[in-house]
Design a protein. Structure first.
Ligand code: CO
Length: 461
């Protein structure tokens, strides 16, 4: 067996999981040259919630961050997390936006695009895979890991064959909720390794207290790459710590061989940065506490705390347990969707309504109706006719790829946003988050945004 490779996640999932994605570009830049020396296989630095947060809360242009990160990281591959047809947003976008967005990300320096779909519906990944490949970048397809009677080893093995046939360069087991048990991981990895030669990566979270154990059994099973975060941005709802894994594997044939001096310097730097977030309350001790209930209810830690907040605001904390028991029933009704954005929010809302409105499906959010109409893709298990009728009556369910129903919209959006957009990338920001991007552009025009944000790239596609 060869040495283990490490993808460092602190600049994407690490701060997304622990401090609501609040690291600023100014906080990221000073440590990049040291990170570039550590010997990582890759650094995940963009995508996920980073894009939205830059525009919405940090008054930063996310494209500008990517350019600056790339300028400082000369040797290490940069990775982004994409939601495929949902790009970095929460709904399906038309193909022209999906294509232009990923082209621009790769042009600005992304080497590896990790792409997933909340329903593991490969039709929602195809446009992204095609674009990433045609731009010459590495396309990693991720399975959204969940458990259910239909999410068997065979289900995942078939999915991986589909990924391979669609052109995937590598595969990731994305355990966004941290519910992958150590020995399930072992057997799953062994089974996947039997059917594909593609490199296999594991992404998990420490939420339930088993992240490190799962990583270790994965290493035993022959995983090629593992996601970790530098210690000050690790553990709790984040990934296992980079240094600890390296130390645990020291002297073995799987030793990742990272530069431990560099890792220490990076950790010291982030310890300082994190002080600010501890002091201003952004770093909540709850996210660092082990939450085994995430394993019992099979729901992500973030969803647990969101549900509790919702129940408090409804003055119904006494019904919290009922909601927790209702979540798996709603999941079953809906064909066992994995609880990842946006499904986790949708299933959670429906469970709350079912409990507090005095009857199941008395109140049904539009998103749930659209989901049952097939607008998000195909669930792993079919939805029963009874549930279908309850939620959408006699309406037809679409069977085509959902994005086939969307018209290309780049030209229309460019016209709509007008002079406020200074580049193609601005139009793409606007396409993903119209209100948020517009208000960012207005602030930028009036000089309310501190640094210069006119796109340095004049890329035209
Ligand atoms: Co994650």
């Amino acid at each position: 067996m060869t040495k283990l490779k490490i993808t460092e996640t602190s600049l994407r999932d690490g701060h997304q999981s622990l401090i609501a994605t609040r690291l600023t570009t100014d906080e990221i830049l000073p440590v990049l040259s040291e990170m570039d020396k550590a010997g990582y296989h890759a650094m995940e630095v963009w995508g996920g919630a980073t894009f939205d947060t830059c525009l919405r809360y940090l008054n930063e242009d996310p494209w500008d961050r990517l350019r600056k990160v790339r300028a400082h990281v000369k040797n290490t591959k940069l990775q982004m997390l994409s939601r495929g047809q949902n790009i970095l947003g929460y709904r399906n976008y038309p193909d022209d936006i999906v294509e232009r967005f990923h082209k621009n990300a790769i042009f600005e320096g992304i080497d590896i695009v990790r792409v997933f779909d909340a329903l593991n519906d490969i039709r929602n990944l195809k446009k992204t895979i095609e674009t990433v490949k045609s731009e010459g970048a590495h396309c990693q397809c991720a399975i959204s890991y969940t458990t259910s009677p239909v999410h068997t080893k065979e289900y995942y093995v078939k999915l991986i064959k589909d990924f391979e046939n669609a052109g995937a360069d590598s595969i990731c087991i994305k355990d966004m909720s941290g519910i992958l048990l150590p020995f399930d991981a072992y057997h799953l990895i062994k089974a996947i390794k039997k059917v594909t030669k593609l490199p296999l990566e594991l992404h998990t979270h420490c939420t339930g207290g088993i992240g490190e154990m799962t990583v270790l059994t994965a290493v035993e099973a022959g995983i090629d790459i593992v996601d970790t975060a530098i210690s000050p941005l690790s553990s709790g709802t984040s990934q296992p710590a980079t240094e600890s894994l390296c130390l645990a594997l020291r002297g073995t044939e799987r030793d990742p061989g990272l530069n431990l001096d560099s890792l220490n310097n990076i950790a010291d730097y982030f310890k300082d940065v994190m002080k600010k977030y501890e002091e201003n309350g952004t770093l909540n001790i709850k996210v660092l506490m082990t939450e085994p209930k995430a394993l019992i209810y099979q729901i992500p830690g973030g969803m647990l705390s969101n549900l509790l907040v919702q129940m408090k605001s409804l003055n119904a904390v006494d019904k919290f347990q009922e909601v927790l028991d209702e979540v798996p029933r709603v999941r079953k009704d809906l064909g066992y969707p994995p609880l990842v954005t946006p499904m986790s929010q949708m299933v959670g809302a429906q469970a709350v309504f079912n409990v507090i409105s005095g009857g199941r499906y008395n109140i049904i959010p539009t998103e749930i109706r659209n989901y049952v109409r097939g607008m998000y893709g195909r669930p792993a298990a079919p939805i029963s006719d009874d549930i279908k009728e309850l939620i959408i009556g006699n309406e037809e369910v679409i069977t085509v790829r959902p994005a086939d129903l969307l018209e290309d919209s780049y030209d229309r959006l460019r016209e709509e946003i007008g002079y406020l957009a200074k580049s193609e990338q601005d139009v793409l920001s606007y396409a993903l988050f119209p209100q948020v991007a517009k208000s960012f552009f207005e602030k930028r025009d009036s000089g309310d945004v501190p640094c210069c944000h006119t796109a340095s790239s004049n890329r035209t596609l």
